[in-house]
Design a binder for this molecule. Structure first.
Ligand code: NDP
Length: 587
């Protein structure tokens, strides 16, 4: 290193981007061309700083000591209290900075405050990431550690006073970038999603459900409501809840939370679908007319919507009282509508009953199969058939296979984005209880009154497509799941991976070396196979395919941002090696 003020290895105080706060950093190098120092913070964040943003540690301590002496203890206390008060308020980002300022300025020499300061320093890293462009233009921010480690550092002050410990353990006090079009987007989705479900249900009932017949006629208001339908939905959810809590099946461990804790989940979904199928078969045998589901579809959807809204209100209210370490990193904008929509509590539980896991995997998913089965019965009834059509059989079998596979490999959902990162709010509650069962069943519903005979070659092609998609989907998901659960598994020793600063590695060969989301590719091929049996007369049964492309492209970009944040340069290297996101050589 040339003769410059600070030398490699020096411990100095470096200014945190966008603030007037200084933290201890180690000098890694100096670039004579740009005149910038590369420094590393205690939490592993690397930055390039100008000399004017750095101070020698000795001079800095002397100054802060004299400043802290001049402050009254009373003032110090009141400052460090305020951030805790604001953790749930919209000004939480400011609160984090204020908290750090209070701690930095008050008594850095005391062990207790130093630990708290360290914890808050760690929390400030996401703050910088929330405005990467702004910071990078000047500081070239490179993050080295993931939330898990950051959280471990945050979790250190267990013995601190409750409020300070809460503050230290609350990265969610710092708002993350908003998804889904932000606050305006949340209003839009809250109105649009239910309206869309209503639209497709009304549309599919038309003899000619083409866009030319838009908008479909609205039924009289009293047709939307049926207390009996509500009763059936409630009974169905309770029945699934009963199966979920039965001590049958494995207790699986979720991924480590930021606190290091691992929650346990009863993964008995396969048992639940087997019992549900037997119950449905017995009901039909006993003369229960399941075509009721077809004839009261709208009312059942409205009842499910009502339940999803009530559940979301409950989730929002309880998230306001949840301890910080229970919260997801998103859903904390301070805007009621956005936070209600996005969800804030990561794993809301009533005792051991995990509400998000249950809703994701049970009533809607198994309900989807029950509805499809009812549509097959309705097709036979209304078209006077002795057996369902080939198209209906394909749609039923394909989607049943998808759900059964999901429930058989239920443990794999514990490593997905929904379970690991997203808070539980309206978006997931509505998705699980309304969107999945009442729009994913559209193809079967469509076939009830829009028959589409299939030739044998067409049938064989569709089956082949489905099997191909399923193979890619299953293999890639299992590969990643196995790797995440045990990277040292000898069965995976042939796979290459890139180490990351978090301790986790990224697969760069096998399925995850073909594209960055091979599981999405498989899923999309399967979606194609689900729509093809409905033919090309109308766009409506292709809705799932179109929606799914949008969903997965958006999901992929959300995941990319999250992985870039977590893995930094290792992720960039992965993206350079595996260039395509979902479809090789196309996208
Ligand atoms: P993934 O299962 O693909 O999970 C993404 C995570 O995998 C990343 O955040 C990262 O997490 C990890 N990861 C990414 N790249 C690598 C790599 N190269 N090596 C190792 N780990 C990596 O995403 P989803 O949760 O979105 O999807 C799960 C499945 O569910 C998919 O098959 C999808 O198609 C399906 N799905 C279906 C839906 C439907 O409505 N039918 C809706 C949504 C999803 P980390 O590093 O933290 O482990």
């Amino acid at each position: 290193m040339p003769s410059v003020k600070y030398q490699r290895g020096d411990m100095v105080m470096g200014r945190w981007p966008g603030s007037s706060l200084y933290y201890e950093v180690k000098v890694l190098s100096f670039d004579t061309k740009s005149q910038l120092y590369t420094v590393i913070y205690k939490d592993g964040t690397e930055l390039e700083l100008k000399e004017q943003d750095m101070k020698s540690a000795s001079g800095f301590q002397a100054r802060t000591r004299s400043r802290s002496r001049s402050r009254s203890p009373g003032r110090r206390r009141s400052r460090s209290r305020s951030p805790a008060r604001t953790t749930r308020r919209s000004s939480s980002r400011t609160a984090a900075v204020v908290a750090a300022a209070a701690i930095t300025e008050s008594a850095p020499s005391s062990r207790r405050d130093a630990r708290l300061k360290e914890a808050v320093e760690v929390r400030l890293s996401p703050l910088a990431e929330a405005e990467p462009e702004k910071n990078q233009s000047r500081y070239n921010l490179r993050r080295r550690k993931d939330d898990g480690e950051a959280k471990q550092a945050e979790a250190k002050p267990e013995q601190l006073e409750e409020k300070e410990a809460k503050l230290a353990a609350a990265p969610s006090a710092i708002p993350t970038p908003l998804d889904f079009g932000g606050k305006i987007g949340a209003y839009f989705w809250l109105l649009f999603l239910p309206a869309w479900v209503l639209f497709v249900i009304l549309q599919v009932n038309l003899a000619d459900p083409s866009l030319a017949n838009f908008p479909p006629p609205l039924p009289p208001i009293e047709d939307f409501w049926d207390a009996q339908a509500l009763g059936f939905v409630v009974l169905w959810i309770l029945f699934q809840a009963l199966l979920y809590i039965l001590p049958v099946g494995k207790l699986s461990e979720g991924m480590p939370l930021r606190s290091g804790e691992r929650l346990k989940y009863r993964t008995n979904g396969f048992f639940a679908i087997v019992v549900s199928s037997v119950a449905a078969a017995v009901a039909v045998h006993q003369g229960v007319d399941l075509t009721y589901i077809h004839s009261r579809f709208l009312q059942l959807a409205v009842a499910s919507f009502l339940i999803s809204v009530l559940l979301s209100v409950y989730l929002y209210v309880r998230s306001r009282y949840a301890t910080p370490e229970r919260l997801a990193l998103g859903g904390n904008s301070g805007n009621v509508v956005y936070d209600f929509f996005k969800g804030h509590e990561l794993n809301p539980r009533i005792r051991d009953f995990d509400l998000k896991f249950f809703c994701e995997m049970r009533p809607g998913l198994i309900g989807w199969c029950l509805i499809n089965f009812a549509m097959a019965l309705a097709e036979m009834k209304y078209q006077g058939l002795d057996a369902p059509s080939y198209s209906m059989i394909l749609v039923n079998v394909f989607q049943l296979l998808y759900v059964v596979d999901g429930l058989w490999n239920e443990e794999a959902i514990l490593t997905t984005m929904d379970l690991m990162h997203d808070g539980f709010g309206f978006m997931l509650a509505f998705g699980d209880l309304v969107w999945v069962p009442f729009t994913y069943t559209l193809q079967a519903y469509y076939l009830v009154s829009h028959p589409n005979p299939l030739s044998l070659p067409a049938l064989a092609t569709i089956v082949t497509l489905k099997l191909l998609g399923f193979y890619i989907f299953r293999k890639s998901n299992s590969e990643k799941n196995a790797f995440r659960r045990n990277p040292a598994d000898p069965k995976l020793s042939h796979l290459k991976s890139i180490p990351t600063a978090t301790g986790k590695s990224l697969l760069v060969s096998g399925w995850w070396g073909v594209v960055r989301h091979p599981n999405y590719l498989g899923d999309l091929i399967m979606a194609l196979a689900w729509s093809l049996p409905c033919g090309f007369s109308h766009l409506l049964p292709w809705y799932y395919m179109i929606y799914f492309i949008i969903l997965l492209v958006h999901r992929d970009s959300r995941d990319m941002s999250e992985c870039r944040r977590k893995y930094g340069s290792a992720w960039e290297e992965y993206c350079r090696t595996v260039r395509y996101r979902i479809i090789p050589r196309v996208y």
